[in-house]
Design a protein around this ligand. Sequence first.
Ligand SMILES: Nc1ncnc2c1ncn2[C@@H]1O[C@H](COP(=O)(O)OP(=O)(O)OP(=O)(O)O)[C@@H](O)[C@H]1O
Length: 366
Amino acid sequence: MPEAPVLAQLDLEIRGLRKRYGGFVAVDGVSLKIAKGQFVCLLGPSGCGKTTTLRCIAGLEEPDDGDILIGGREVTGDPPWQRDIAMMFQDFALFPHMTVGKQVGFGLEMLKRPKPEITKRVTEVLRAFEIDRFADRKPASLSGGQRQRVALARAMITEPRLLLLDEPIGALDYALREAVMIELKMLQRRSGISFIWVTHDQNEAFSLGDHVVVMNHARIEQQGTPEEILQRPRSPFVAGFVQGNNVFHGNVARIAGDAALIATPFGEFAVPLRDTVPLLGAIASFSVRAERLRPMPPEPGCNHLTLTCRTIEYFGSIRRYILERGDGEVMKLDQFGAEPACLIPGEVATVGWRAEDGVLHEGAPS
Ligand SMILES: Nc1ncnc2c1ncn2[C@@H]1O[C@H](COP(=O)(O)OP(=O)(O)OP(=O)(O)O)[C@@H](O)[C@H]1O
């Protein structure tokens, strides 16, 4: 595809973003392209630089280096109100003395839109977010979920190109979250506004994101669709951070055809090569997803090891067997709960997976 039309479609482009606080580097060379109308999740452990990245996009922090383009326009030096963005924070930052109707119209008032237009849009938006019956109430008298809808309505009424959300449902109780997530995803789809959603919760990121950006220590470790990140983790960090992976560390013992043989303290395992061929003896790591494992006798084309089943956990429709390896580390084997149980606690079993289901990582183990 030619380059120019693709770039014209981008809602956001970040090139080599860096932000330091004194001697501490909070964001280190982050680059990102977001196509039109995407739901993007910035995912990573606490302190990895997600919020700082978001605040740089918003214009609330001045980067030390790098460029930020919104809708193809360079905005790196622009104040927040000239960036075609809106923000929503975990505490919603509602104005306590303003009625719901006033809060929702606030952005349009700031843009000095004509009064009749503001009244009409506020009425429409209050209705769309199903908060019209609270129009004259103040935030203190609303529930968490209702306050969240007010904050969203207020953020979206100006139809910004980007909506930046920092842990927006972190304060909601667990039971409400799923419903709110579905609602938000549908809203995002209907509005066509790109959402950039910061979270440390991978369930949120993988349920909502079209594009997930995994950060660690101020850098992007991997970005892609949820499927790519879940099925093809690029680094030991991503594999370990994402639920449901079994991670192995070892050294490259041999290259055999299109597979590397990785020697670990509890056996040698064949893993398909990725883009580059690792050096013999190099430190290497790979992962295999818990749902790829099953109890099986040794079979050609498969890897095996002997494990002890310690316990069984239940995750909705998944039965997860916690298995102990020779070195005391645990491994996970997932089975669909509708099938008959394949192991019982205390059982010693040979467990295996097809060699092609292993995923070799690109970085050295951290
Ligand atoms: N104003 C500041 N002054 C000094 N250090 C800061 C400042 N803001 C952030 N940091 C540091 O920068 C690092 C990245 O912070 P940031 O808030 O971006 O992380 P995060 O990934 O959003 O984490 P969390 O999920 O805990 O909010 C942290 O170590 C934080 O302590």
